[in-house]
Ligand binder design. Structure first.
Ligand SMILES: C[S@@+](CC[C@H](N)C(=O)[O-])C[C@H]1O[C@@H](n2cnc3c(N)ncnc32)[C@H](O)[C@@H]1O
Length: 274
């Protein structure tokens, strides 16, 4: 397990990521002194469906603004900054990849959200937070890198207040067989741990969550992935998640669409209550 955690961090790490994003923002004509979360959305929403998917999940969770939120596997921080700026929530992110946490902090400074958003480097299986300290636990496209789902969901439940909600967007195994690799979350099977939607739901319910919403979003994800895969022949956009991924982004974008098309992968949203 310790080994797979190291391999997952190595998969995501790219030492010049912050500089590459700043250079791309400048090239795209963004004003670095007045940067907004919306300016960053093409590059810092690192999951299927990007910002529109975050907006959809946030609507399902239904924030009032007073919630204390934890984002598990927070990446570069696009979703946490969106939740903080759109609803006024106080958000903490935790992510395994140290480089992502550093870039997330930099982007949060540049968007003037440090009062409301913070990040910690750490493992979702050992959340460094007190029991019952959050109103909402949020996680998008992180569980597929985590083998021990019982522990992951148990940790999410532990840090949630009674009556608190979990908002999840996850990649699931489909009936079509093993995914084609590389994909954005893994270049090989040994760091990819997909469960079917049914297996995931059973685990969540066994841990004590009540399912409030369960929504299969495979079709929407497929449309978005197809649109991206169609564009891989040309040069990449100035700002995009290819900056995070590295040289094999074309193969990953193609495989994402193909995996969804062949139902090797599925995508779902869920809102659960403790
Ligand atoms: C595909 S990215 C998604 C990032 C972010 N949730 C978003 O949607 O923009 C997956 C993230 O999960 C993180 N991750 C994977 N395994 C983790 C673990 N055991 N604990 C914490 N974070 C983890 C990775 O470092 C990576 O940032």
């Amino acid at each position: 397990m310790a080994r797979s955690v190291g391999l997952v961090e190595a998969h995501y790490s790219r030492s010049d990521l912050g500089a590459a994003i700043l250079a791309a923002l400048k090239e795209a004509g963004k004003d670095l002194d007045n940067l907004t979360p919306d300016n960053l959305a093409p590059v810092d929403e690192f999951h299927g469906g990007q910002r529109p998917a975050t907006v959809r999940l946030a609507e399902l969770v239904g924030f009032s603004g007073s919630e204390r939120v934890l984002d598990v596997g927070s990446g570069l921080g696009g979703p946490s900054r969106y939740i903080a700026s759109r609803f006024g929530c106080r958000v903490s992110g935790i992510d395994l990849t140290a480089e992502f946490c550093r870039v997330a902090e930099m982007l949060t400074r540049l968007t003037r959200l440090v009062e409301r958003v913070d990040y910690r480097q750490g493992d979702a299986l050992h959340l460094p937070f007190e029991d019952m300290s959050f109103d909402v636990v949020w996680s998008q496209n992180a569980a597929m890198n985590i083998a021990d789902r019982d522990r992951l969901y148990g940790e999410m439940r532990r840090v949630l207040k009674p009556g608190g909600r979990v908002g999840l967007q996850e990649v699931a195994a489909g009936p079509g067989g093993e995914p084609h690799y590389p994909v954005q979350w893994s270049r090989e099977p040994k760091t990819s741990f997909l469960l079917t939607q049914q297996e995931t739901r059973q685990k969540l319910e066994a841990i004590g969550f009540r399912v409030r919403v369960w929504q299969d979003t495979t079709e929407e994800a497929l449309q978005a992935a197809r649109a991206r895969a169609r564009n891989v022949e040309g040069p990449p956009p100035v700002l995009g998640t290819h900056l995070i991924i590295g040289d094999d982004w074309r193969a990953m974008f193609r495989n994402s669409a193909r995996n969804l098309e062949e139902r090797r992968t599925e995508l779902f949203n869920a809102v659960l209550e403790r």
